[in-house]
Write a protein that binds this ligand. Structure first.
Ligand SMILES: *Cc1c(COP(=O)(O)O)cnc(C)c1O
Ligand SMILES: [Zn+2]
Length: 429
């Protein structure tokens, strides 16, 4: 099996086994597989057989699809294992979004080992670090990337260095980076500042960069789509809805879908809808002018810290994915995100704020008539409920200033005697 790196701008090709993050022309790189070869070795039957495996490496929801992702020697693979996330139906969520429950699927990537889809990109990213003989991995992060990289680096005995914007990442995520043992550098700036710094530092100090500019991360993230379609017996939904931050997922989804069509696993592509927060919406703004002009957002602001990104690294690949899939971009407000989150959480499923922008986006797109009630939709819930306890608790305790909170579930304080408890119960039952 073979693969190469290829520039998406000028098509210049590079070997995959020398470290490189971008083309000499500055363009982003794709991992290009020999699709004819892939087609010969994989089949739906093969993937079905592996689905029953409890053994390394096919017990992973990423490495099960190895030939489509990273066809390398198993000895390099660093895995928890990851993936194997559930696809949910929820009447409560469907009712909220005004869609029929049988048409709505929620793929919960928060069920990955470190609580976000980033694990699917980190298993491939850290595996490439091993293959390339790098000993130190680095990333800038709004939180989940660092949590994930820290864990996989530890499993693979690599040193991990994370750059995070000081005071701006969710508590659960910061605690993970520290707990898994990464050296954690808090930059006095925002994510985009941290990203620029880690890029420079990686080149000068020979750190292996594991942000989603690294094309091997996106190969791992393709497995969200491959696994989801496998779960749907390769029946293509009409829409896939995903939050857009650095736009790694949006990019990976487009590539995965194209490749699945090339190997004849599917015969048409679903449409991708990328959802951004109003305060961090550079892709949305450029979508409005048909991607003629791209202007980064200077001071991105949103409670959904995982998508609080003003200058997404994968902008050009995401535009390509939207064009390939006849996709769209929508934006949602802070209120819409948090009220949708209360519904997803209250349905017993739960996810972090950024994830719930997908449900807010779905509701909006159905209201606008862009998504039809009888179309099949898969929303990607990107991260776990426990990642951002502050956002959740402050919402329910009505401590989010300026928010129009619709579904608060406030805790009740009660004296420590049975009479008081009875009074309270009488009131609420
Ligand atoms: C990283 C992340 C995102 C943003 O994904 P991109 O691929 O950067 O667009 C959204 N939600 C969660 C929970 C994340 O961790
Ligand atoms: Zn180039």
């Amino acid at each position: 099996m073979s693969m190469i790196l290829k520039c998406i701008e000028c098509s210049k090709e590079y070997s995959f086994n020398k470290i490189r993050y971008e083309c000499d022309c500055g363009g982003l790189l794709d991992v290009v597989h020999d699709i004819e070869q892939v087609k010969e070795v994989v089949s739906k039957d093969l993937f079905d057989k592996r689905l029953g495996s409890r053994a390394f490496p096919y017990f992973s929801g990423v490495w099960r699809y190895k030939e489509l992702i990273l066809p390398i020697d198993n000895k390099y693979i660093i895995t928890r294992p990851e993936g194997n996330t559930n696809l949910y139906n929820s009447k409560k969520v469907a009712d909220y979004a005004c869609i029929k429950v049988k048409n709505l699927f929620l793929k919960h990537e928060g069920e990955n080992p470190t609580g976000s889809f980033k694990d699917r990109g980190m298993t491939t990213g850290t595996t490439m670090a091993k293959l390339l003989n790098s000993k130190i991995v680095a990333c800038a992060s709004t939180g989940n990337t660092s949590a994930s990289m820290a864990a996989f680096a530890s499993v693979g005995n690599l040193k991990a260095i994370v750059f995070i914007p000081e005071g701006k990442i969710a508590f659960g995520k910061l605690s993970q980076a520290l707990a898994y043992g990464a050296s954690t550098i808090q930059i006095k700036g925002n994510f985009d500042d941290a990203m620029a710094l880690v890029k420079d530092a990686s080149l000068e100090l020979n750190l292996y960069l594991l942000n989603s500019v690294n094309p091997f991360r996106l190969e791992g993230q393709k497995s969200i789509i491959i696994e989801m379609l496998h779960q749907l017996n390769w029946e293509v939904p009409d829409w896939i809805i995903v939050p857009g931050g650095n736009l790694g997922n949006s990019s990976a989804f487009g590539k995965a879908l194209n490749e699945l069509r090339e190997i004849d696993f599917i015969d048409h592509l679903p449409r991708i809808a990328v959802i951004q927060a109003e305060g961090a919406n550079p892709l949305y703004l450029s979508y409005l002018n048909e991607f003629e002009r791209y202007i980064p957002v200077k001071n991105p602001e949103t409670i959904a810290t995982a998508i609080k990104i003003g200058n997404p690294v994968n902008y050009k690949k995401a535009v390509r994915a939207i064009r390939w899939t006849n996709g769209i971009v929508e934006q949602v407000s802070e209120d819409e995100i948090m009220n949708a989150k209360a519904i997803v959480d209250g349905a017993g499923i739960g996810a972090e704020p950024a994830s719930c922008s997908t449900i807010a986006g779905l509701k909006k797109l159905i209201t606008k008539g862009i998504i039809k009630e009888d179309e099949k939709v898969c929303c990607i819930l990107t991260g776990n409920l426990l990642k951002d306890p502050d956002a959740t608790v402050n919402y329910h305790m009505k401590k989010l200033d300026g928010f129009d909170i619709k579904f608060a579930n406030e805790p009740i304080t009660c004296d420590a005697d049975l009479d008081s408890v009875k009074k309270v119960l009488k009131r609420i039952l």
